[in-house]
Structures are given as C-alpha cells and as structure tokens.
Ligand binder design. Structure first.
Ligand SMILES: *[C@@H]1O[C@H](CO)[C@@H](O)[C@H](O)[C@H]1NC(C)=O
Ligand SMILES: *[C@@H]1O[C@H](CO)[C@@H](O)[C@H](O)[C@H]1NC(C)=O
Ligand SMILES: *[C@@H]1O[C@H](CO)[C@@H](O)[C@H](O)[C@H]1NC(C)=O
Ligand SMILES: *[C@@H]1O[C@H](CO)[C@@H](O)[C@H](O)[C@H]1NC(C)=O
Ligand SMILES: *[C@@H]1O[C@H](CO)[C@@H](O)[C@H](O)[C@H]1NC(C)=O
Ligand SMILES: *[C@@H]1O[C@H](CO)[C@@H](O)[C@H](O)[C@H]1NC(C)=O
Ligand SMILES: *[C@@H]1O[C@H](CO)[C@@H](O)[C@H](O)[C@H]1NC(C)=O
Length: 343
C-alpha cells in the first residue's frame, strides 16, 4: 500500500485539458469567426456551446495531453540514507523525544543542542534528540555528516534534497521515524535548530501532555486568519493555483518553531500524510492539513509562552533562569545558548 501512493488524478486532468482547450480555441480559432460577442461574453458556458460543434479545430486543441499527478511527500516511499535506529532504545521509557529540523552545515547549533538538552540536567526525566537532515550534493559535507552521525548517533537523513522547499519532507520523515522507532516516548517536541526549550518549565506546567490524547501544544494559528502569500517574492509564496481562490489558510495550525505533540498523535499524523498531497509550507502541512484529516485534534494554545524574539528569550532566561515563563524561544544563533545561565 505504501508503495502505491501516486494516483493520477485523471478527472482533474481532463478538466484541465478542457479548459485549456477552450482558451486555446478562444485565442486561436474563434477570434475571427464572426462571433463578435465572444469578446464580451467569455464565460465557460457560452464557450462550451460555441465550441461543441467545431470538431476539427477544437479537437486539435484537445489533444494536448495534460495530466496532473498528485504527489505525496517523497519520504513516504523512500528509505533512509542514514538511520540511527537506536536513539530511543536502551531505556524502556523516554520522557520526550525532540525532533530537530536542522541544516547540514549547522554543526554549532547541533553542538549546543546536544549540550543543553543533556538528560542529566533533568533527571529523572529522559530526553532524546533526533536531528533530521536531507541530502546534499556536496560530498565533503556528506562525509562530515556521516562522521558526525558515527560519533553522536543522533542523525536521521532522508532521500530528499535538504532545501527550504523540502521542509515538509523533513517533518513527515520525523513523524515516520518516531512512528517506527520511538513509540516509547511519552511526548514529542518538534523544534527548529535555533530554538531553546525550557524543559524545567515544560515538565512542570505542560506535563499533562503525557496524559492527553490528540494534543498539539503550540503557538496556535487560527483557521481563516493567516493570509496565503501570493506575491512571487513573498517568503511563503504559494502559487495562485494552489488553494485556488483562498485568501487565508483554511485550517487551524501551529507556528512550527516549537510544537509539543502527544505521542498517540504521531502515528495518526503519519498515516494522514499518506492521504495528504504534498504542500511545501511545512507548518501548515504538518500541523494544519494533517490534523484536519483526524477527528478531534486539539491545538492547545501556548502562544504567550513561546518567544519569537531572541532578545526576549535571552532576557527572560538571564533574569529568571528556569523560572522564566517561556516554554520555548528562538535564540540568537550567534550567541552560545549555554551562556544563558540556567544550568
Ligand atoms: C482576424 O481578424 C483581424 C481583425 O478583424 C485581422 O486583422 C486578422 O488578420 C484576422 N486573422 C485571421 C487569422 O484571420
Ligand atoms: C451541432 O451539431 C448538432 C448535431 O450534429 C446539430 O443538430 C446542431 O445544429 C449543430 N449546431 C450548430 C450550432 O452547428
Ligand atoms: C551529558 O552530561 C554528562 C555529565 O556532565 C556527560 O558525561 C555526558 O557526556 C553529556 N552527554 C552529552 C550527550 O553531551
Ligand atoms: C548542487 O545543488 C545546487 C543547488 O542545491 C545546484 O545549484 C548545483 O548545481 C548542484 N551541484 C551539483 C554538482 O549537482
Ligand atoms: C562543501 O562543504 C564543505 C563543508 O561544509 C565546505 O567547506 C565547502 O565549501 C562546500 N563546498 C561547496 C562547493 O559548497
Ligand atoms: C526535494 O527533494 C527532491 C528529492 O531529492 C528533489 O527532487 C526536489 O528537487 C527537491 N525540491 C526542492 C524544491 O528542492
Ligand atoms: C505561560 O506564561 C504565563 C505567564 O506569562 C503563566 O502564567 C502560564 O502558566 C504559562 N503557561 C504555561 C503552560 O506554562
């Protein structure tokens, strides 16, 4: 079943051919065929009437073979390039598995995360970290990554290019990997590699996430309030044919920099990916489109306790240490987060 996730959406394809056919006809054959009113009245319906008998000229246009293929995240059908299967083994129970979206050359950030998320600080809670990576065509870099993986055994690399527009693949790979290799975790944290998690606070005020079902605790983004960016130069540019006619993202979702997920939800999200066509904006795909396919997912709002400003994060932890009310926050990648004096 997993192998056969590509379906040709023939219906859609045929529609596309028709529409293209009409436009083609309109532009190339009809303009001069005494239908002076065509210019005023270009509705599809009137076009349908007019083109229906022009068998010769229109059929030519119809023969352009446009087939649209629905594509799903590539990681659903690919193996891993690097897989450290043992990350969650050796202990029966893990409190939190942290999956980190990181870039190949962010060695320093990974080093900091390894230091600060060290379980010994949070005893008796046990934390494990998995770094999610894609492919590079720089063979030197690949060799370094393989070495890093040998040393730290905390890297999972998938068969997709590690690019911005492939982040959805990275996220789905994380869901897949946890589903397969880390079901003994009590909950999951998904973060970007410049985010610091205040586990002291988490284990205190968010520990209910171990008990509840189908929970996402995150900076919640309401459905129908977040504009879909249509400008070609926008950071989150989405082509006008994708979610066509929609001005706002139609499902409740999360800002992806820090999301806490109840463990029962992970295999459900993974399964939902099998029936959710690829969409490159990873936050919306992972925490909006996938949950929308599952009955009863809760987006629990912790917006006030997630910092998007590295100065706010730094000041809060410098001043209040582990009493800082933030559960997670962006850090300045140029400042070593171990300088935040909370350990
Ligand atoms: C179509 O009509 C325009 C103006 O009515 C004319 O200039 C043009 O040559 C015509 N084209 C064809 C292909 O008949
Ligand atoms: C279209 O074709 C049908 C059947 O061949 C014919 O009855 C009808 O008159 C035609 N319509 C036009 C506008 O040519
Ligand atoms: C965690 O800290 C302990 C004690 O300081 C140290 O022995 C261990 O190597 C650290 N682990 C990692 C992954 O840094
Ligand atoms: C490597 O990838 C970059 C883009 O990611 C591309 O521009 C470049 O041509 C690729 N190089 C090779 C040798 O494939
Ligand atoms: C390949 O990666 C190495 C290690 O990060 C880097 O030093 C080098 O500049 C990269 N080469 C290219 C062509 O980008
Ligand atoms: C994503 O990864 C796939 C598989 O390596 C690749 O074919 C595709 O070009 C990548 N997409 C982008 C936008 O980089
Ligand atoms: C979030 O921060 C507020 C103070 O700003 C605090 O009262 C609340 O307990 C925090 N929530 C969580 C879940 O930690």
């Amino acid at each position: 079943m997993l192998k056969n996730v590509k379906h040709k959406t023939l219906m859609l394809g045929v529609n596309m051919v028709c529409i293209t056919g009409f436009l083609f006809t309109l532009m190339n054959t009809q303009a001069n065929q005494s239908y002076s009113e065509t210019r005023k009245d270009r509705t599809l319906l009137s076009l349908t009437k007019r083109t229906i008998n022009k068998s010769k000229s229109t059929q030519l246009a119809y023969t352009r073979n446009i087939l649209m293929e629905t594509s799903y995240p590539i990681v659903l059908t690919q193996p891993y390039k690097i897989n450290n299967e043992g990350i969650c083994r050796r202990v029966p129970k893990i409190t939190c598995i942290v999956m980190v979206h990181t870039s190949l050359n962010h060695f320093e950030r990974r080093r900091n995360i390894r230091k600060t998320f060290n379980s010994t600080y949070y005893n008796p809670n046990i934390i494990r970290v998995v770094f999610l990576l894609g492919l590079t065509n720089n063979s030197t870099l690949q060799t370094i990554i393989e070495y890093e993986s040998l040393v730290h055994q905390d890297i999972v690399q998938g068969y997709f290019m590690d690019t911005y527009h492939n982040l959805t693949n990275k996220g789905v790979m994380g869901l897949k990997w946890i589903t397969e290799h880390c079901r003994n975790a009590e909950f999951v944290a998904k973060i970007d590699d410049d985010v610091f998690i205040n586990f002291y606070k988490i284990f205190e005020s968010l520990k209910f996430i171990k008990e509840v079902k189908k929970y996402l605790a995150c900076n919640r983004l309401e459905a129908d309030t977040n504009p879909i960016q249509r400008g070609i130069n926008d950071k989150w540019y989405v082509h006008r044919d994708v979610f066509k006619g929609f001005n706002f993202y139609p499902y409740t979702s999360c800002s992806g920099l820090a999301v806490f997920i109840s463990i029962d939800l992970v295999p459900l999200l993974y399964k939902a990916a099998l029936i959710s066509p690829f969409f490159w904006v990873d936050d919306f795909y992972l925490f909006g489109m996938l949950p929308a396919k599952i009955h009863g997912v809760v987006h629990y709002e912790i917006n006030a306790n997630i910092s998007f400003n590295h100065r706010r994060t730094f000041n809060c932890f410098s001043k209040y240490g582990d009493k800082c009310e933030l559960l997670a926050g962006i850090t300045d990648p140029d400042i070593n987060p171990t300088k935040i004096r909370i350990w």
